[in-house]
Design a protein. Structure first.
Lengths: 412, 1021, 88
């Protein structure tokens, strides 16, 4: 038993202190971060922890972790396609491995292995492509046969009965799931402890730019002077960028997800099927946590739809036919900022002092730690770290798009 | 006892002799849904029990004296039904092979095997329940605070946590069940078959509207069905269940009303797209039952997808549980649950009851219990001045009514054995925990049943889904509809009407207004609207603001998740202050009921812990589904589409190994692919290419269209000519390729990739409909034409006798197209050569495909015609150096990278992607697609193997500089060859490179393509 | 399942349609080097409105019409739909 629990058990509620405090809002900060999700909170955390920059405010319209950070399906992996992508995601995964100890708060990172199924020889080829590049980058990733899959996932129908039988899979043992909310709370706690102000229910209503330079942000709680603003919002990043006069290559689409009622453990890995457009894992609570592709049209609505549930259930049962009587318990949606090359946009923009950490599509949660760490480094050094250079805003004007699109159709 | 009292206590009880009746069952009554003449045997945890037709698992077991059905999620506390509704999710059972079955919703069937869940080793001796004793060390969110040091031990801890959590289990051998779906349409959709819903349905139907009425129960009536008191309606004092029957008869008889029972609405989407699941439904469709592939067992659920024009939500309210110590003990039930047990199922709720009441309903329940022969020891009344008419009746029957009193704790091990009651000190105005025990007044009352009736929570979840806004009504302590979107109405308890009279009138009003929304009738009169408003305003104020009785540690707000009052307070103290954060941290409302019976209490507790009012705290949005739905019902029939070419059965008969090509099935090979290559190259082969995309283009401006679509030039392609072209998207990325033939007379024929044709056709249409002012008509013929390629040196000799087209090399040269007949079949022939041999690709109407194929097979017999599959074709195309879009190219490939400079004509005035290609050409390219061969011809790389150079800074000392995209052993050239990507400065023929194959390094070198017949002599001969 | 009002066929389930993205006409003289920024804007940058968006839809499982809709990107209220000619 942990000391913390022992103390709480013996002393009762008196020993409890808030994970983060409500601070009075100041009229100026060195750095203002818009968006209280994993990305924004991690940026603040590493600014304070790694660079000693603590005059930082997080402005969150509602409550922390209300956006994509609390709506994703908690999958973390680094078996991407391009060398630059892999390096980046792998640093994130490594950071995740140590976060519980860093935070003194269990984020329940369960490295239970991640399987991306191949149902066609084209996808098998893509899996091999990823495995080969992964191996060169030192990432544990390999293509396995249906026999090996059967051992890992006894519930999967590996016969030729499904419309698209499973031909193999990309197996990525260090991939897994994390308790997403815990990551949000852990970063918030760590940032608060180091002096960062977390302002919930604080909505940004405008960004003041003078001579192409950020000077302040307007909020529902007044004007805050600052020279550095980080747009770390997902879903609404276009609206924030509009305030600074920066147009983004981003389209917002809902991504839906669902959980079943809790079941005893029956699935020990994360399963992704690109062809059937679904992914699922079983949470520590026993729910099947599952999701699919983004909605087929743009929207800012976070409503889950019946059509999505129908399609998702159909695809799951195609591969897990014995789950027909399991009940879907809750559906929800989050907003994803889709970019043309399935890669984020990070760093400087044409407006001085207006930085972005946006365009995270469907994979923002996986990269919270590394994005925060490297955005903090960018802010502290005023130069773009090599690791995030491929994701700079200018790439669209220079014709240097990132090559993750090839694998993105089977991503998550 | 006065006459009036006798009447209230129901004369039936006077004539009953309980001893002569069935054990624990009351004598038959018209309100019962069970039929005592039809006993059913079933099993619970291996032991046999008797139920009656109409019983639910919960009612049958209750009547049999079984109260503990399962163990709770966290502390494995014994749990049983408390609501007798779908909300009994803390007592879910396994029925047959179905996990997590709601015991109060599942009707008993003969031979049914029911089991407890989440128990180990058994329901009665659950070892995990010991966790309850350590609960002080398992506070809310305990798992966040422990188990991560040392890091290496977390996986072990996790295993323990996972095994302890979860409820039901699944097995690999549970058969795939077959479910159906049904589309429905309604002018007015009414959700809920209680008084308000039935009234709404009837009034809407009378206007001529088509009405659909849904109810989750197997009967109509809602709360009337389980109530026996006389109700005050405009028809005068019928008993509640009698009124239910009268209304039900009218509803069922009305031709404009379609009633669906056992049907739960779980989703209301945009534009009133409503999802409902009908359970207990039996499929009688002979087609689906007899279909052996469907694996039908017993289809249990059917999804209804309803497009409603307007909607009335009349889905009632949840009776609100009061939270106090051990209020989760089996035997603590809601007042409505007691009424359901007695009046629907004839089950005796208990022997000695205590009733905890805070409203008229509670007193009525006490009376009902008395009538059923239950000894009511005492009524603990939270109010100071309860309804005097009912109190009088109770007292005259010898039941003490203690006002200003509370129950502080239920006592018992696996069921209630007694309760502690106290005099109450009230803090006014009543706050969530506004009634405290007065010291020294505590008493213990022995009982085996505690019935609580303290208030109702409107079931607004569906209205939230329909985008309604609810506001908190301080007086009633309820969130009530404040703003509903157009065509959405609410009536009855969900809208705060509690008297039957108000419910009926509000239903009528909502039904009329909903019908008027869609053009039927004029809507409710002002008079009716005023009357409803007046009735609702006159209703007594309820006390559901009370949430809990202070004191005690095991006071659970959530039975699903074992979250206590202390857990809520601790969570808020730790900073999880908003409802959403509180939910996420404490897991409140995250369980199978999704908080139906806990949300209102959670809100009140959250507000209190934050020192806020309930409206300040606010409610949370309900997420669909409103009730959980089987995945099978959502999935419906397994309908993954598949496309077959007309020759499919022939391929199968010939033993072909089939592969997926998009939605199509294609032969990958019939036998040895290398032999198929050799047979084709040496003599004659034939392949089914029917999966190719095929478009017919008509009109005088087709050349203009082609100029815009392809990167190369088309205006000079003469009649009878065929040309290859590449298409790009506006980014200058290769998007498709194929050939187009000029058939003459403004008719053209285009082929495209299997995967790309649908999008291509739609894009052509988009351009034609949005600014390309061309006289062109495009038709997608992909599924209408069969296609086959007869190829090999003997192709001409075999084909000529069958066709009226002159195949002479001068008359029909390479890259020409002709129309004519082949074996009497109208056909388009194109002389093109993906394989590198003389070949005729023939496109014929699909209905002739098999006939022509078989005719060609017969004709080719003398030349040992070889049918070949995709694999042989891949080898042959690779020997010719042809790339495949999507395999050798990817989402960033422009034509300059793929050796297609020759096909990009930037001097054309415009084409799709040209502006990008102009810029790309200026920038230059970094990588190129080239041909290679391996130095050791025995080494065949796997496609996607990486081309590497040493780099000591990289994890395994290698850095990737390119990759192999196509790789085969060429049986013709006896070499290992393929296509690969390399940096431009290493792409010249002769350059050697290193490729990593299964972890080993091998050498290859760049060679010119085509590898085979580089001058195309064979093609052109 | 939202309803889209096809100018030819009337209100149908959205499943019958393909979404074609926000209305974004191709710039004039795209080959002009001076239009580099305009071309990148056309290819990649989006208005991505929260509000009523003018956008393309294709009646895939119906009449085959490409048309424009003005749809609210949060409430999904489809304010109007019309042929391309009316958009100019």
């Amino acid at each position: 038993m942990s000391l913390k629990l022992l103390k709480q058990g013996l002393n009762g509620s008196k020993s409890l202190t808030p994970m983060w405090r409500e601070q009075p809002i100041k009229d100026r900060y060195d750095v203002v971060i818009i968006g209280g999700g994993v990305h924004g909170l991690a940026t603040a955390y590493y600014l304070a922890k790694n660079h000693g920059i603590t005059d930082v405010a997080i402005l969150e319209k509602r409550y922390i972790g209300r956006g994509g950070s609390g709506r994703n399906t908690t999958i973390v992996r680094s078996n991407y396609l391009t060398p630059e992508g892999i390096l980046f995601y792998d640093e994130s995964l490594k950071l995740y491995e140590d976060l519980s100890q860093d935070f003194d708060f269990n984020i329940m990172f369960s490295q239970r292995g991640h399987l991306t199924l191949a149902h066609t020889d084209a996808s098998l080829r893509t899996m091999r492509w990823r495995a080969e590049v992964n191996q060169l980058q030192g990432v544990d990733s390999r293509v396995i046969s249906p026999d090996e899959i059967k051992e890992l996932v006894p519930f999967m129908d590996l016969s030729d009965h499904p419309r698209f039988p499973v031909m193999g899979a990309l197996y990525h043992p260090p991939g897994g799931v994390v308790r997403h909310d815990a990551v949000v709370w852990g970063y918030a706690h760590g940032a608060d402890k180091r002096g960062v102000h977390i302002h919930q229910l604080t909505e940004v209503t405008g960004i003041d730019v003078e001579q192409n330079k950020v000077v302040a942000v307007q909020t529902n709680r007044g004007r805050i002077k600052t020279g550095t603003v980080v747009n770390a919002t997902a879903g609404w990043c276009t609206l924030i960028a509009d305030m600074a006069g920066v147009k983004l290559p981003v389209e917002t689409r809902p991504l839906q997800a669902a959980v079943s009622e809790p079941l005893k453990p029956f699935l020990d890995t994360v399963i992704v099927s690109g062809t059937l457009h679904f992914y699922l894992s079983q949470s520590d609570r026993g729910e099947i946590v599952t999701g699919a592709s983004v909605d087929p049209y743009t929207s800012y609505s976070m409503d889950a739809t019946l059509g999505f549930a129908e399609g998702l259930a159909g695809h799951i049962l195609e591969l897990f036919p014995s789950l027909g009587k399991v009940r879907l318990m809750r559906q929800w949606a989050g907003l994803c900022d889709m970019t043309p090359d399935y890669s984020p946009i990070m760093g400087f923009t044409p407006v001085e002092g207006f930085l972005v950490d946006v365009g995270w599509g469907t994979y923002g949660f996986k990269t919270g730690p590394v994005s925060g760490k490297r955005m903090a480094e960018l802010i502290a050094t005023n130069r773009t770290p090599d690791l995030i250079a491929p994701f700079k805003y200018d790439r669209f004007f220079e014709g240097r798009l990132v090559g993750e699109k090839g694998a993105a159709s089977v991503g998550r | 006892m006065s006459t009036k009292t006798k009447d209230a206590i129901n004369p039936e009880s006077q004539i009953q002799n309980p001893k002569s009746k069935i054990q624990n069952r009351l004598s038959s009554h018209p309100s019962h849904k069970v039929d005592y003449t039809r006993p059913i045997e079933f099993e619970f945890n291996g032991k046999k029990y008797t139920a009656f037709e109409g019983d639910t698992v919960a009612s049958a077991l209750w009547a049999a004296g079984v109260r503990v059905l399962g163990r709770s999620f966290k502390y494995h506390r014994p749990r049983g039904p408390f609501a007798l509704t779908s909300g009994d999710t803390n007592a879910m059972v396994r029925v047959g092979d179905e996990p997590n079955v709601r015991p109060s919703m599942k009707l008993v069937e003969p031979g049914m095997a029911v089991e407890s869940q989440n128990v180990w080793p058994s329901l009665n001796a659950d070892i995990m329940s010991l966790t309850s004793y350590g609960s002080r060390f398992m506070p809310v969110g305990f798992y966040y605070k422990a188990f991560f040091r040392p890091k290496a031990l977390w996986p072990t801890y996790e295993k323990v946590i996972r095994n302890a959590a979860g409820l039901g289990y699944v097995t690999t051998d549970t058969p795939d069940t077959y479910y159906d779906k049904k589309y429905e349409f309604a002018d007015v959709l009414v959700i809920g078959g209680g008084p308000a819903g039935m009234s709404a349905a009837l009034s809407a139907a009378k206007t001529g509207a088509r009405v659909m009425l849904l109810d989750e129960n197997p009967y109509l009536g809602g709360h009337l069905a389980y109530e026996r008191q006389s109700v005050d309606t405009k028809n005068g004092g019928a008993k509640a269940y009698e009124l239910a029957d009268q209304l039900a008869q009218q509803v069922l008889a009305h031709p404009n009303i379609q009633v669906e029972l056992n049907t739960s609405v779980f989703d209301i989407g945009y534009h009133l797209w409503v999802g409902a699941v009908k359970e207990g439904w039996t499929n009688t469709d002979p087609d689906s039952i007899q279909n052996p592939k469907s694996k039908i067992q017993n289809p249990e659920a059917r999804l209804l997808k309803i497009r409603a024009k307007s909607l009335v939500a009349a889905n009632g309210a949840f009776e609100q549980p009061l939270v106090f110590e051990n209020s989760d003990l089996p035997g603590v039930i809601l007042g409505s649950a007691a009424q359901r047990l007695m009046h629907l199922y004839g089950a005796t709720p208990g022997k000695r009851a205590v009733v905890l009441s805070a409203n008229r309903d509670g007193l009525q329940v006490a009376l009902d219990l008395l009538v059923a022969g239950v000894q009511v020891s005492v009524v603990i009344e939270l109010r100071d001045q309860p309804d005097s008419d009912l109190v009088t009746v109770l007292e005259s029957a010898g039941v003490p009514v203690k006002t200003d009193s509370i129950v502080t704790k239920a006592q018992g091990n696996k069921g209630v054995r007694g309760v502690f009651v106290s005099q109450a000190a009230k803090e006014l105005p009543l706050s969530p925990g506004g009634i405290k025990a007065i010291r020294g007044t505590k008493e213990f009352v022995i009982c085996d049943l505690l019935v609580t009736s303290v208030g109702w929570t409107p079931a607004t979840g569906l209205l939230y889904q329909a985008k309604g806004r609810m506001d908190y009504d301080e007086q009633r302590a309820e969130f009530l509809p404040a703003h509903l979107p157009p065509k959405v109405h609410a009536a009855g308890r969900v809208a705060g009407a509690h008297s039957v009279k108000a419910e009926l009138l509000e239903g009528e009003m909502a039904g009329l207004n909903a019908a008027a929304d869609v053009g039927f009738g004029k809507g409710a009169s002002k008079k009716l609207q005023n009357e409803v408003a007046k009735l609702k305003a006159a209703e007594p104020v309820r006390t559901s603001a009370l949430t809990y009785i202070p004191g005690g540690k095991k006071s659970f707000v959530s039975f699903d998740e074992d979250v206590s009052i202390k857990d809520v307070r601790d969570s808020v103290a730790e900073g999880y202050k908003s409802m959403e954060l509180l939910k996420r941290y404490s897991t409140l409302s995250m369980g199978p009921s999704q908080g139906k019976y806990e949300n209102a209490n959670t809100m009140a507790l959250c507000a209190e812990a934050n020192n806020q009012t309930i409206p300040e705290t606010g409610t949370t949005t309900g997420r669909p589904p409103f009730t959980s739905v089987p995945l099978g019902a959502l999935a419906g029939r397994h309908m993954e589409p598949v496309k077959y070419t007309p020759m499919h059965d022939w391929h199968i008969a010939r033993g072909a190994t089939m592969m997926n090509a998009g939605l199509w099935k294609r032969p990958e090979y019939y036998g040895d692919p290398a032999a198929e290559v050799v047979g084709t190259r040496n003599s004659l082969g034939i392949i089914d290419v029917g999966t190719l995309g095929k478009l017919r283009l008509y009109g005088k401006d087709v050349p203009k269209l082609l100029e815009m679509l392809y990167t190369n030039k088309w205006s000079k392609l003469a009649e009878g000519g065929v040309r290859y072209g590449v298409m790009c998207n506006e980014e200058g990325i290769v998007s498709d390729d194929g050939v187009t033939a000029n058939l003459g007379g403004d008719e053209w024929y285009m082929t495209a990739t299997t995967g790309g044709v649908t999008g291509l056709y739609q894009d052509i249409e988009w351009n034609l409909q949005s600014g390309w002012d061309f006289d062109v008509h495009a038709v997608n013929m992909t599924d209408d034409y069969a296609a086959m390629n007869l190829t090999g040196p003997n192709a001409r000799e075999v084909l000529q006798p069958l066709t009226d087209i002159d195949l002479n090399n001068e008359a029909f040269p390479y890259m020409a197209a002709r129309q004519g007949t082949v074996a009497g079949v109208p056909a388009i022939l194109m002389r093109i050569g993906f394989t590198g041999e003389l070949g005729y690709e023939m496109h014929v109407p699909a209905g002739y495909g098999l006939y022509l194929w078989e005719t060609l097979m017969d004709a080719g017999e003398t030349f040992n015609i070889t049918p070949f599959g995709v694999e042989a074709q891949r080898i042959m195309r690779l020997e010719k150096g042809h790339f495949i879009v999507g395999q050798d190219t990817d989402a960033l490939t422009n034509p300059f990278m793929a050796h297609l400079d020759w096909a990009v004509k930037l001097d054309k005035s415009d084409f799709l992607g040209k502006p990008s290609l102009v810029r790309i050409q200026k920038r230059g390219v970094e990588q190129k697609l080239v041909g290679y061969e391996m130095l050791d011809s025995n080494i065949v790389p796997e496609e996607a193997n990486q081309i590497v150079v040493p780099n000591p800074d990289r994890p395994i000392g290698l850095e990737t500089i390119g990759r192999v995209t196509s790789s085969r052993y060429s049986p013709t050239l006896e070499k290992s060859l393929g296509l690969c990507w390399l940096p431009v400065d290493q792409s010249e023929p002769g350059t050697e490179f290193t490729v990593r194959i299964r972890g080993e390094l091998h050498q290859g070198k760049v060679v010119p393509i085509p590898f085979y017949d580089p001058d195309g002599k064979r093609l052109k001969s | 399942m939202i309803l889209i009002d096809c100018p030819n066929c009337g209100e149908r389930n959205v499943a019958e349609f393909r979404f074609g993205g926000e209305y974004n006409p191709r710039p004039q003289n795209p080959d002009d080097p001076a239009s580099d920024a305009a071309w990148v804007d056309y290819l990649y940058l989006k208005e991505n409105k929260l509000g009523v968006q003018k956008e393309w839809w294709y009646h895939r499982a119906g009449c085959g019409l490409w048309f424009l809709a003005e749809r609210h990107t949060k409430s999904h209220a489809v304010e109007k739909t019309y042929f391309w000619e009316a958009a100019k």
